[in-house]
Design a protein. Sequence first.
Length: 318
Amino acid sequence: MTTVRHLLTGTELSRDDLLAVLRRAHELKAHDVAVGGNPSGGPTHPASLAGLSVGLIFQKPSTRTRISMEVGVHELGAHPLLLRPDEMQLSRGESVKDTARILSRHVHAVGIRTNKDALLEELAAEGTIPVVNLLTDGHHPCQVVADLLTLQEAFPDRLSEDGGLDDLHLAYVGDGNNVARSIALVGSIAGLQVTVVAPDGYQLAAGETPAVLASDPATGVAGADCLYADVWVSMGDTDSDERRAALRDYGLDDALLDAAAPGAIALHCLPAHPGEEISAEVLYGDRQRIWDQAENRRHAQKALLEWVLRAGPFRDAA
């Protein structure tokens, strides 16, 4: 019996798996460009998931994740089934176990954006279909695969022979949250060197990831090829004033980019709050790849869906 593939933290991917997913994402993006450039009579999207259905559960607000997943599933030939909390019996007390069993009888995979990682883990344990993490309190692996795709595009001459990012250094500046954790965990699989720069009380736990932990922004970003920011106040955070006060010296601006390596770029997983965690000059300037990064969510997630479902070039993978 074939083992079900899940994407819960991103650490399910080996280096070979991750780099193969990234290669496929590049191919899918090239397809997208060709289709968009010649919509009549040109090439079509590869229908690698034709005839399948993918459930998409959004228990938290979403812009990029919902758009990129719903459109991406459609482009691969599958049916995206959007499930909102108020439309599911989960909101009225039905167990995760029963929900997982029902989903497994009707769809071929499920992606979920939720709070607790335990809910995601229970869905995976109780069901018989792949479960993809579209964001939890602890992890955001789909975002990071898109980030790695963006870094490959930005630094093509710095990649290892197999496409790895061993020669690149990323410094995440701000709150040591789920995105920072996933960058450290998933990025390290591809060889990326990661430093997380955060103040006391907002830093990742020592030893939980391979990242270097730092507290001073200017020294923490030294030598970094990419500086990465995220919002200071995430969904569910109730201590907004305290967070802004603690993080006020951790904004990504031109001065901080100047303290990094020559040619360093800025990334941000969005939504952004110009004037807080990133300056408007960087967000909309020419030293960033943020909008490419946002587009790359769709291409990366399409490749990940093919990987968990053993579709497309992953069809014969063990």
